[in-house]
Design a protein around this ligand. Structure first.
Ligand code: ZN
Ligand code: ZN
Length: 336
């Protein structure tokens, strides 16, 4: 069956026809996936119309997804024309369009479509919400975000990890960090992205005390950090080492090997928090951190050098006092 159908297709546009054998159940969908340009897509589209297969929603949806998302560097014009010819677009058709508009940095259009979906009584689902919330996040439109949140609760998608993460991100990005925290506290806290969304939110709102607390909590629960945090910390340490910083391994756990000791000092939560702050805030912004314990001498020394190398003021409040780091020295004159 599959081979006879293939003969009618413009074979030249198919880049690797050999893969057809791996997926014989729906060769036309596969051909759509292999289209690389809008021109390829036009030919398949013409064929679908000729054979009246375009009336089959699953083919149209695949066509739509190819036009909107899979073909690189295209505008949404072609996808919009396909979409406008769908008789009664269902949630998947809307989802493709909303996702594409959000991906292509047209969040306004994504929200207009979401509104249209609502007007046409098409039920949104757990694929609709993340893209729509991302659009709100980009536009920083809290009111719309809150309305979508209400819709999520109403339709029972509140315990979906992806939905929760985008909610956290949306609230944090709209400056409502306490709402973000509320959503976060309602999750299972097993998803590393939720922690990292929360972390970025605190950094953006400059709640450094909370950043540090969250770092410690993350370590205790063993969720692990975003790769980004470690990379930032490593780069930071490398840079201050070339400016004369020598890790003082005496402050690390005594049972560790030399290399491990250095690594564990480098990953003291205040260093991670500062590294995170350096990449997440605008140059020149003061980084403020508070800590329940006394700051260790290695972190103190590192922070002095960081303040100079990165031209940042860093204020650390530890159990006993404030340390105000600026241009390579600390307000405590190294006495604490
Ligand atoms: Zn330390
Ligand atoms: Zn100090």
């Amino acid at each position: 069956m599959a081979t006879t159908t293939l003969h009618h297709f413009p074979v030249k546009t198919i880049t690797s026809p050999t893969t057809i054998t791996q997926f014989p159940e729906n060769p036309k969908t596969l051909i759509l996936q292999q289209c690389k340009t809008t021109k390829d897509l036009n030919q398949v589209h013409a064929h679908l119309i000729k054979t009246r297969l375009h009336l089959n929603p699953s083919f149209t949806e695949n066509l739509l997804e190819s036009a909107a998302i899979l073909i690189p560097n295209t505008t949404m014009d072609y996808a919009l024309s396909i979409f406008s010819h769908i008789n009664e677009p269902d949630s998947s058709a809307y989802n493709v369009m909303i996702r594409a508009f959000t991906l292509k940095k047209s969040p306004q259009e994504a929200l207009i479509l979401y509104q249209k979906m609502h007007e046409n009584s098409v039920q949104p689902d757990h694929f609709t919400f993340p893209s729509t919330l991302k659009a709100c996040s980009r536009l920083r439109v809290l009111r719309e975000g809150e309305q979508i949140h209400a819709q999520i609760v109403k339709s029972g998608y509140g315990s979906n990890d992806l939905v929760d993460n985008t909610l956290i991100h949306m609230y944090a990005n709209c400056g409502k960090i306490e709402f973000a925290r509320k959503v976060f506290d309602g999750t299972s806290k097993s998803d590393v992205f939720a922690w990292n969304s929360m972390l970025s939110g605190y950094v953006r709102s400059e709640c450094w005390g909370e950043v540090l607390k969250l770092f410690d909590e993350m370590r205790d629960t063993g969720v692990g950090f975003d790769e980004e945090v470690y990379i930032a910390a490593e780069k930071m340490i490398k840079k201050i080492k070339s400016a004369g910083y020598m890790p003082n391994a005496a402050d690390a756990r005594l049972d560790a090997e030399e290399d491990d000791k250095e690594a564990s000092v480098a990953h003291h939560s205040e260093k991670l928090a500062i590294a995170f702050g350096l990449i997440k805030t605008r140059p020149g912004t003061t980084i403020r951190i508070s800590k329940n314990l006394r700051v260790c001498s290695d972190c103190h020394n590192a922070t002095k050098i960081i303040s100079k190398v990165f031209s940042r003021e860093i204020v650390v409040r530890d159990r006993n006092r404030f340390h105000h780091f600026k241009e390579g020295s600390c307000s405590c004159n190294d006495y604490w």
